[in-house]
Design a protein around this ligand. Structure first.
Ligand code: GLV
Ligand code: MN
Ligand code: MN
Length: 412
């Protein structure tokens, strides 16, 4: 890496990381919501991938995109059983700067440091950037890893549509990915001996532990459900209050019922973060309202039970407004316990850093059904994530890079 690959002043180890986040700081800014909206194969995503490729090439890495739109950068020859590190560059709508990019930038920086120290890997090594981890364009989180592992059926994936009605198949074609080749990728899976994802912590776990980094222990079971309320579209002024079948009211009652069901189930979480009204006019009683439920719990059965309870409460809420409700599952991820041997190895290598569970989903969680994976969390001083307010201090980010460098040194 030449000095121009960093900011050109000061210690390259610090500036490599900082300048990586700085260089992409204007890409995909969302002036309406605040923060970033970086979605699969849209201009910001393309720009981020170009940035990643350019950064990787400057490190002498060999860049390729796989059948499912995941981008790889190889350090040395490609090969099976590689040590793979990485994360994602896409965001939720109006997301923060760290969720995803911190892991990618840290991976590049850790490799830079290893190269600068003269380290030569004894195993193949790659940085992997997964496609559409947040599921913000096509609705299914961890799309790239789910396709790679076969957890998401390729026919179903091709038929997914975005908010503009563009199918994933058509969007893939437009992005130069052959939609016919989407799906389980055994060649790619064989390439990954183990996967380590560094990520900003998305909670308050590390604040009290006095450690800038932790190793992940588990991920909550979680999924997404579309709840469609149907009533009767009508005139906002001419329809008496007693004559209405308003699905917006059914949705409103349901939101409180969702919160109450989750509170009654210790350790569970349930969120309605998205709503769409049809037709969506100020002076129109909606004919239909869709909301999306995100529900999570420590065990698969507890998450399933929570959704069963929510379904019953939502039906009652809809009936109370003369409406109907249909709950349809869009995605499901079972609880993940990260590979204990790899987890313990990372903890030892990082001199006994704490382990932490997380409520957030990750590609490392999806891949864990097929191969050993691990995660390193970097302290988040407010615990806020999926928000423009998401933050991590430079010192903690650097501690994360040092941890990843140390782990790579040991694994490679
Ligand atoms: C991804 O960040 C998720 O947990 O939904
Ligand atoms: Mn996220
Ligand atoms: Mn993430």
């Amino acid at each position: 890496m030449t000095e121009s690959a960093t900011t050109g002043t000061g210690p390259a180890t610090a500036h490599g990381l900082l300048s990586g986040l700085d260089e992409i700081a204007e890409i995909g800014r969302d002036t309406r919501r605040g923060g970033y909206s970086r979605h699969l194969w849209q201009p910001a995503d393309r720009e981020l991938r170009d940035w990643f490729a350019e950064r990787a090439v400057r490190l002498g890495l060999d860049v390729e995109t796989d059948r499912n739109g995941n981008t790889w950068a190889w350090w040395g020859p490609r090969g099976d059983d590689a040590i793979v590190v990485g994360s994602h560059l896409d965001s939720v709508p109006g997301g923060g700067a760290y969720d995803g990019p911190l892991g990618v930038v840290s991976a590049l920086e850790a490799i830079y440091r290893l190269q600068a120290s003269g380290f030569r890997p004894a195993r193949p090594c790659a940085v992997l950037v997964f496609a559409e981890e947040e599921g913000s364009r096509f609705g299914i989180a961890c799309l790239g890893s789910r396709l790679m592992t076969g957890a998401l059926d390729a026919d179903r994936a091709r038929a997914l549509v975005d908010a503009e009605g563009i199918s994933l198949g058509a969007a893939a074609s437009a992005a130069g990915i052959d939609p016919a080749r989407l799906g389980e990728d055994r060649t790619a899976l064989a390439r990954i001996g183990l996967f380590v994802e560094l990520h900003v912590e998305q909670g308050r776990g590390l604040i009290d532990l006095g450690s800038p980094v932790a190793v992940a222990s588990s991920i909550l079971a979680h999924g997404r459900w579309r709840v469609t309320f149907t009533g009767e579209g009508n005139h906002a002024g001419a329809t008496r209050m007693t004559d209405r079948r308003d699905p917006m009211l059914a949705a409103g009652r349901s939101m409180l019922a969702v919160r109450d069901a989750a509170v009654a189930s210790p350790g569970s979480r349930a969120t309605i973060g998205r709503i769409e009204a049809v037709p969506g006019g100020t002076n129109v009683i909606s004919s239909q309202v869709a909301v999306w439920l995100d529900a999570r719990a420590t065990e698969d059965a507890a998450a399933r039970d929570l959704v069963t309870e929510i379904t019953a409460r939502v039906s009652e809420a809809a009936a109370a407004e003369g409406c109907t409700a249909v709950v349809a599952e869009e995605s499901w991820s079972g609880a993940v316990a990260f590979d204990p041997a790899l987890r313990d190895r990372l903890v030892r290598s990082l001199h006994g850093v704490p382990t932490l569970p997380t409520g957030a989903g990750h590609d490392a969680g999806v891949l864990s059904s097929r191969l050993p994976t691990a995660m390193i969390f970097v302290r988040n001083p407010t615990g806020i994530s999926h928000s423009p307010e998401e933050f991590a201090t430079l010192d903690d980010c650097l501690a994360g890079v040092t941890a990843l460098e140390q782990v790579l040194r040991e694994l490679l």
